[in-house]
Design a protein around this ligand. Structure first.
Ligand SMILES: Nc1ncnc2c1ncn2[C@@H]1O[C@H](COP(=O)(O)OP(=O)(O)O)[C@@H](O)[C@H]1O
Ligand SMILES: O=P(O)(O)OC[C@H]1O[C@](O)(COP(=O)(O)O)[C@@H](O)[C@@H]1O
Length: 338
């Protein structure tokens, strides 16, 4: 079983426009849709569609439309009472696939929510193969909460029995990294912005260099994290695919041709695809292939519509091993902001 923790879930409302977004203009939407969202919820949805047993842990009060949506999708969950309804995050989708996201901060927790959530995670992790902690933290939650939770789970559960994956950003990500090596997860899934936040590198340059075939800076950034205790770094790079770095090697995977409709949920689908392959016993290169195939499949679908196995074409993804640097060769410099 896989447990996903979404500390700040959302109802994702996607508004599709008929033309490009114009600031200050009135737009008549072509269509709208509402999906249950938040990073861990999305990972749970993809895993469930792939036939993997999954439990979503999240804050939520009985009757919250988000919990109703999870019921409708057949996602099992443990919800902890909290301070108000789940936030609504808005995506504006333009016809060329450009997506603009407006993410609310989310309701503050009531006294006890944080502790109940922590207990529920530690309790459910005891029976899990993977625990996935994903997304932002609501207002008032200490930034080092994920780092503390990694330590709590490791103290309570045999580490080899339940591995931990983390996908977060900004202060919670930086606090997690400050807690390495003892708070280092088995799998970290940064996108290029998050890799830049961790290393001080420039995100656009990391992606554009990889798109031009130079994965050196991403591999250097990934290796630094692995040297600090992270088991594997799955660095997703938008249209440039993804790079996987472990203690044993590094690989780059490039997606096949995709018509982008909405990038929302692409990173979550990548993480879920990686886990699908890992649970099937596939090797690191194949895990990366699945991650990129699932991410690209998500991009081709509207709103937070997430891919099932039938949407995913692993054969279209090209995976290349990245040769280790010869001994004594200095690492390439990371591209920093000018
Ligand atoms: N424009 C795109 N074309 C094809 N695949 C894409 C595109 N954008 C994202 N992807 C796929 O989705 C994955 C995750 O996207 P990314 O933007 O890096 O993550 P996040 O959603 O976390 O920011 C990529 O590794 C890639 O496989
Ligand atoms: O917790 P955050 O960082 O505000 O992100 C939440 C948003 O991210 C999503 O989970 C999508 O994430 P990705 O596009 O990175 O896969 C949305 O469903 C949700 O609205």
């Amino acid at each position: 079983m896989i447990v996903t923790l979404t500390a700040n879930p959302s109802l994702d409302r996607t508004v599709a426009l008929t033309g490009p977004l114009v600031r200050g203009a009135v737009h008549r939407a072509a269509a709208t849709r509402v999906d249950p969202g938040g990073k861990g919820v999305n990972v749970a949805r993809v895993l469930r569609a792939a036939g993997r047993p999954v439990l979503a842990v999240l804050p939520g009060n009985t009757g919250d439309p988000l919990l109703t949506a999870l019921d409708d999708h057949g996602i099992g969950y443990r919800a902890v009472p909290t301070g108000g309804p789940a936030r609504s995050n808005i995506t504006v989708a333009e016809p060329d696939g450009t997506t603009t996201k407006l993410n609310e901060p989310g309701p503050a927790y009531t006294d006890g929510t944080l502790e109940s959530l922590r207990h529920t995670v530690v309790d459910t992790a005891a029976a899990a193969h993977w625990l996935v902690m994903s997304g932002s933290l609501p207002p008032g939650v200490p930034a080092d909460w994920y780092a503390d939770l990694v330590r709590s789970v490791r103290a309570a559960v045999d580490g080899s029995a339940c591995r931990i994956a983390v996908d977060t950003s900004e202060a919670p990500l930086l606090s997690l990294a400050a807690g390495f090596p003892d708070a280092a997860p088995d799998l970290l899934k940064p996108n290029s912005d998050e890799l830049a936040q961790l290393t001080g590198a420039d995100a656009t340059t990391l992606e554009s260099a990889a798109a031009a075939g130079d994965t050196g800076p991403v591999v250097t950034a990934g290796r630094r994290l692995v040297e600090r205790g992270v088991g594997a770094v799955l660095a997703t790079l938008g249209a440039a695919g993804a790079v996987l770095v472990t203690a044993d090697g590094a690989w780059h995977a490039v997606p096949g041709p995709v018509t982008a409709r909405s990038t929302v949920g692409a990173g979550d689908s990548s993480l879920a695809g990686y886990l699908v392959a890992e649970l099937a016993g596939l090797d690191p290169a194949e895990r990366l292939r699945h991650a990129v195939a699932y991410g690209s499949a998500a991009v081709a679908l509207p709103g937070t519509t997430l891919p099932g196995p039938d949407d995913v074409d692993t054969g279209a993804v090209e995976v290349t091993p990245i040769r280790p640097r010869p001994l004594g060769t200095p690492s390439p410099a990371l591209p920093h902001h000018q």
